[in-house]
Design a protein around this ligand. Structure first.
Ligand code: GTP
Ligand code: MG
Length: 194
């Protein structure tokens, strides 16, 4: 996709606040600090469409951005940040489950993982929801510039094992080198194709 324009539309916590209309949606999910905003900014060629330096986990909102007249890019609240107040953490589960199970416009979810970390229970939960609700996942393994080729292979095995994934499911990415940008777009384009 050639991105000509990306525009913030609105934030939501519940279905009555989701944008109206029938544009297909691709959502982005992952642990706090995993590199979600950095990935989105590289994809849409913006330095700071989504803030990369704000205090993680403070705003727990679903943010909708329209890309061209093509689709809605949906930034889901990050999870797993230790300092988030308990009340906010409790809201995460129903908010996510509702969006993932009820949103008819949703075509797929980009699930972002850190190449250096073992997937957590929340990562497993996210993937289990996607499978249960038949939402196609795009697995993006980011921060690949931080590890050697050897370590990449080793960590890939850990991730595949933990999340029951195959090698061809994994998309390697780096916001620094921009490795994987075209491959991630190709996966998104495939899900948006009618
Ligand atoms: P929150 O929204 O705060 O939960 O974080 P996030 O998942 O949006 O992560 P963000 O993009 O803000 O990145 C977190 C930190 O990781 C920042 O310091 C980024 O510069 C760094 N970072 C993100 N992606 C990469 C990458 O591919 N390579 C390297 N080396 N650093 C990265
Ligand atoms: Mg972010």
């Amino acid at each position: 996709m050639i991105v000509k324009q990306t525009e913030f539309i609105k934030s939501a916590t519940k279905p009555s606040h989701y944008p109206e209309g029938s544009l297909p949606e691709i959502a982005f999910a992952g642990r706090s600090n995993v590199g979600k905003s950095s990935l989105v900014n590289v994809l849409v060629n913006r330095k700071n469409l989504v803030r990369t330096s704000s205090t993680p986990g403070r705003t727990q909102l679903i943010n909708f951005f329209q890309v061209n007249d093509d689709f809605m890019l949906v930034d889901l609240p990050g999870y797993g940040y230790a300092k988030v107040p308990l009340a906010v953490k409790k809201e995460w589960r129903p908010m996510m489950e509702t969006y993932l199970s009820k949103r008819r416009n949703l075509r797929g979810v980009v699930l972002i993982l850190d190449i250096r970390r073992t997937p957590t229970e929340e990562d497993q939960q996210m993937l289990a929801w996607l499978r249960a609700f038949s939402v196609p996942p795009i697995i993006v393994i980011t921060k690949c510039d931080k590890v050697s080729k050897n370590e990449r292979a080793k960590q890939s095995s850990v991730i595949m094992e933990k999340l029951q994934l195959k090698k061809e499911d994994l998309n390697y990415f780096s916001a620094l080198s921009r490795e994987g940008k075209d491959a991630v777009w190709a996966r998104i384009d495939a899900l948006l194709a009618p």
